[in-house]
Structures are given as structure tokens and as C-alpha cells.
Design a protein around this ligand. Structure first.
Ligand code: UTP
Length: 491
């Protein structure tokens, strides 16, 4: 009976669609009618999936993007003529004022204790460079236990929640492609000890990929090649998913934003939160000093009194090479994608007000798509353009944006590539180096190479200690110190 009804409904749908539905007409009018080229040959489920996908596409927005980014009518950018390096609050381990930092830490701790802060991970990326089959957050990263990235963050959040005796909700942005797998992973792992109802998943938006003539690419005969709309899509996804509303009801006004690929960071840093509140910033960012002019990170710059991140490829070489008399790079402040965002600002920047709209950036990519014969092919070189928003573009709309220095060895070791620089190996080594430094600070003698890497592998859980300060206290309190041997694990 039910099955009969289902077929009847699909049949109706088919009739409506073959009757040149308004959707199909709109696509034809926009010069994208080919999206429905194979429609009549599709199975009913494929047809309804294609209709769902097509309904997601904002044809007007796409037309503008094609005009701007493909047809060469790109508005002249803001240029880089009047840039100056951004100011930042220096780390107390560099030349920062320890008393000022201690004060900020106290303020931030108070906000954490009052339950005003939520953790927010953007995990909707495709992780193509890593080439891992599954959501990146499920990638095993720690040196001994092989804990996945999600577990490392979960334990850090849990450690902070226990420390401040408060529930800290965790919002995780996924994408259409990894949403279900991510949730299943958390379920299978008992939410890593977190309260299930304190972890919120929501999907980001998608954008169609187009070819170099601006035509939407079909991934298969019945599916548009859609991809996530970039980490900048997190702002509108926070609004659209209702996540901000959940936060508002829970009395949360500070969102601690970080990426899924950098397990070294502190997801909830009291001093950073304190500065953010003290300066009444709507969006604060952490920076690390660039290692060399060519390092591929965006740089915080001032344009007049407006703070921006200039992508490494857009910063003129002569500027990137300028140095202070001390020899330090002038354009030093590298962006590491750690931000604090005020909830009200996210509401504005992710809402419908066009004056807050984040720009889309163009990226040429290899996009699997159907060839003229209708078969899906994987191209060997870029054949299309994807459109993505970047979260740091919201800085230009924020009041009192703030940059705070952190140390690379303490907070930045992203897992981007399968091997080499910024890979799982380099990240796991950096974790080990951090724990070596903690042990050394506690007076333990460990053999290391010249990079500070020990000959043995071991692991310290964030549940034992999530910072050097916490480690020193905990270690001191241990009546029986564990032997530092290959594979030892502290929790
Ligand atoms: P990357 O820019 O490194 O992209 O994302 P990626 O998709 O993970 O990896 P590649 O470029 O395909 O190799 C930085 C962070 O932003 C998130 C990622 O999950 C990662 O945490 N991100 C990126 C999103 O959440 N959505 C996106 O659309 C893009």
C-alpha cells in the first residue's frame, strides 16, 4: 500500500518535472538548463535528489560570481597599496606584559566559569590534500594511542569543563558529505566522555562548481558537483542551523572558533577570552610570527584602521620581505585560524543583511564530472572553479578586532598533507616536543635531538594536563612518578 503511494508520488513528481517545472525553467533562463539534460533518464530517487540540489542553488548569486570571477568582470580588488602591518598583543613569552596577561586570564576564567563560552569546530572541509577516506576529524593523530583529532579536542574541552566545573557545549560544523559519518563516529565512541546533548552538529551550505565557461558541472548524470561553501560559510550556517539560537538560550555570548586539523591548539584559552572581553572585541584572532617571508599563511594587516587578513599569494613580495631594524619581518603576524567571535556579531555577519556579506573566493580545482558521453571522469588537471568564503573576511565588519600572539610550538601544527610539511607525522612530532618541554620544565631529563624531539614515543592525555602550567601542578602532586619509557601514557 505504502509502496504504491510512493510510486504514485514519484510518478506525479516526474510528470510535473517533465512539464518544465519552474525550477527547470529558471535554470534554462540562467543558461544552466544542461543540469536537467539527463533528467528523463533518471530513477525517481535520482530525480528528487537532483531537484533538491538544484533548489539549493542561488542562481542570481551564481550568475554574479560567474560574471565576477569567470568572465573577467572581477571588480578591482582593494589592492595592497595602503597596507601596514597589524598591531598585536605580544605573548608574555616574547615581550608581552605578564601582569596584563594574568589579568586577562582572570577575566577569561570568569567568563568560562559563568558558562558564557562555547567551543566551535569547523570540520566541513574535504581534506583533499590529506587524502584520507573519512571525515578529517576521525583521522588518528596522537603518537602512542593514535587518538583521532576529534578525541583530542573532546578531551581538551572536557578538561576545561572539569577545571571550571561548568558544561561547555561543543558545536561542530560538518558538510553534506561527512555529516552522517561524523555523527556515527561520535556515537560509536560514546561522545568521548562528553554529554551527548552538549555536542551539536550542523551542516554548512554548498555551492555548485562550474567549468571555465561558468556552466554548472554535473558530477553524475543525476547530481550537480556541489562542494562546501568554505569555512566562511560557518557564519551563515550558525544562523541558519539554529545553533546561535541554542547558544542564546544557554547564555553563551562567546564562540571559540578553531579548525579540525590543528590539535595542538587550546580550544578554550582564558587569557585570549579575557583580552577579547576587555577590549570589547567582536572578533579576535591568534597569530604566530611567520618563519620566513614565503611561508604560506595569511598575514594580519591594517588598511587604514581596518584589520584584514591578506592571503600569502596576495601580499606583494617586497612587503613580505620587509624587515624591522632588529631583522624581524615587518609583516609578521601569520593567521592560524583561531578566533573568538561574539554571538551577536555572528548573528549579524551570518544573517541576510547584504552589507555584511562575505565575498566568495575562486579556487581552480580538479572536479569529477560527466563527459560529453555522460560518463563520470576524474580529470588530471583543474577543470573547474569552486567558490568558497573565508571566515577571516568577517574581520572587516567587526568592531574592535583584536590580534593576540601565541607561540607556534604551543598552538600551531596543522594536519594538511599526507607527508612532509604540515602532515600527520609533523603534527604528532610537535605534540611529542610539547610534552618533552613540559617534562623538562618539571625537571625530568629526556634525551632529544636538536629539534627537541625525544627518541621515545609517549603521550600525555589532555585529561591529565592540557597546558604546561596544569602539567607542572599535576606532576608535582604525583607521589609515584611514572618511568619515562617508550610508549608510556599519562591520563
Ligand atoms: P582547509 O582550507 O585546509 O581545507 O580547511 P580542507 O578542505 O580541510 O582541506 P583541502 O584543502 O581539501 O586539502 C581548513 C579548515 O576549515 C574547514 C576544514 O574542515 C578545516 O577545519 N573547512 C574548510 C570547512 O569546515 N568547510 C569548508 O568548506 C572548507
Amino acid at each position: 500500500m505504502l509502496l504504491g503511494l510512493f510510486h504514485w508520488l514519484n510518478e506525479r513528481l516526474f510528470l510535473e518535472m517533465t512539464d518544465r517545472s519552474p525550477l527547470q525553467e529558471a535554470f534554462e533562463k540562467a543558461g544552466q538548463g544542461h543540469v536537467f539534460r539527463y533528467f528523463d533518464e533518471l530513477e525517481p530517487e535520482e530525480r528528487s535528489r537532483l531537484i533538491d540540489q538544484a533548489s539549493e542553488v542561488d542562481l542570481k548569486e551564481l550568475e554574479n560570481l560567474v560574471l565576477e570571477h569567470i568572465k573577467g568582470q572581477k571588480k578591482a580588488g582593494l589592492g595592497t597599496g595602503n597596507l601596514e602591518p597589524a598591531r598585536y598583543i605580544a605573548s608574555p613569552k616574547k615581550r608581552g606584559d605578564t601582569a596584563v596577561w594574568a589579568e586577562a586570564e582572570m577575566q577569561g576564567a570568569e567568563a568560562l566559569r559563568a558558562g558564557r563560552v562555547a567551543a566551535f569546530t569547523v570540520a566541513g572541509g574535504q581534506g583533499t590534500r590529506l587524502g584520507f577516506d573519512g571525515p578529517k576529524g576521525t583521522f588518528p593523530i596522537t603518537p602512542v594511542r593514535g587518538k583521532p583529532l576529534f578525541r583530542v579536542f573532546a578531551e581538551k574541552i572536557l578538561a576545561t569543563a572539569r577545571h571550571y566545573k561548568v558544561a561547555i557545549p561543543w558545536f561542530i560544523m560538518t558538510s553534506e558529505a561527512n555529516h552522517i559519518q561524523t555523527i556515527v563516529f561520535f556515537r560509536e565512541n560514546g561522545f568521548f566522555g562528553l554529554e551527548e546533548n552538549g555536542v551539536h552538529f550542523f551542516k554548512q551550505g554548498r555551492m555548485p562548481a562550474v567549468d571555465f565557461d561558468g556552466k554548472i558541472l554535473l558530477e553524475t548524470q543525476g547530481a550537480i558537483a556541489m562542494s562546501p561553501d568554505g569555512h566562511g560559510g560557518s557564519l551563515r550556517a550558525l544562523v541558519r542551523s539554529g545553533a546561535l539560537e541554542i547558544m542564546r538560550k544557554a547564555g553563551i555570548d562567546i564562540i571559540s572558533y578553531f579548525q579540525v586539523d590543528n590539535p595542538l591548539l587550546m580550544p578554550l584559552d582564558p587569557a585570549f577570552i579575557g583580552f577579547h572581553l576587555e577590549r570589547e572585541s567582536e572578533m579576535s584572532s591568534k597569530m604566530v610570527g611567520k618563519t620566513d617571508p614565503g611561508e604560506k599563511v595569511g598575514v594580519f594587516c591594517l588598511r587604514g584602521d581596518q584589520l584584514e587578513v591578506i592571503e600569502y599569494s596576495d601580499l606583494p613580495v617586497n612587503l613580505s620581505q620587509e624587515r624591522e631594524s632588529s631583522g624581524q619581518l615587518r609583516y609578521l603576524a601569520g593567521s592560524i585560524a583561531i578566533h573568538l567571535i561574539s554571538r551577536e556579531f555572528a548573528q549579524r555577519a551570518g544573517g541576510d543583511d547584504p552589507s555584511y556579506r562575505l565575498p566568495f573566493h575562486r579556487a581552480e580545482k580538479k572536479v569529477a564530472c560527466v563527459d560529453s558521453g555522460g560518463a563520470t571522469v576524474n580529470p588530471q588537471s583543474p577543470n573547474g572553479v569552486k567558490f568558497e568564503m573565508f571566515v577571516f573576511d568577517a574581520l572587516r565588519f567587526a568592531k574592535n578586532p583584536l590580534v593576540v600572539e601565541t607561540l607556534r610550538e604551543e598552538e600551531f601544527s596543522p594536519v594538511k598533507n599526507a607527508t612532509g610539511v604540515d602532515s600527520a607525522q609533523s603534527c604528532s612530532d610537535d605534540m611529542l616536543r610539547q610534552w618533552v618541554r613540559w617534562l623538562e620544565a618539571a625537571g625530568v631529563d629526556i634525551q632529544t635531538d636538536e629539534t627537541g624531539l625525544s627518541g621515545i614515543s609517549f603521550e600525555i592525555s589532555p585529561l591529565f594536563a592540557d597546558s604546561e602550567k596544569a602539567f607542572l601542578e599535576k606532576w608535582k602532586s604525583l607521589a609515584l612518578k611514572p618511568p619515562i619509557v617508550e610508549g608510556f601514557y599519562l591520563e
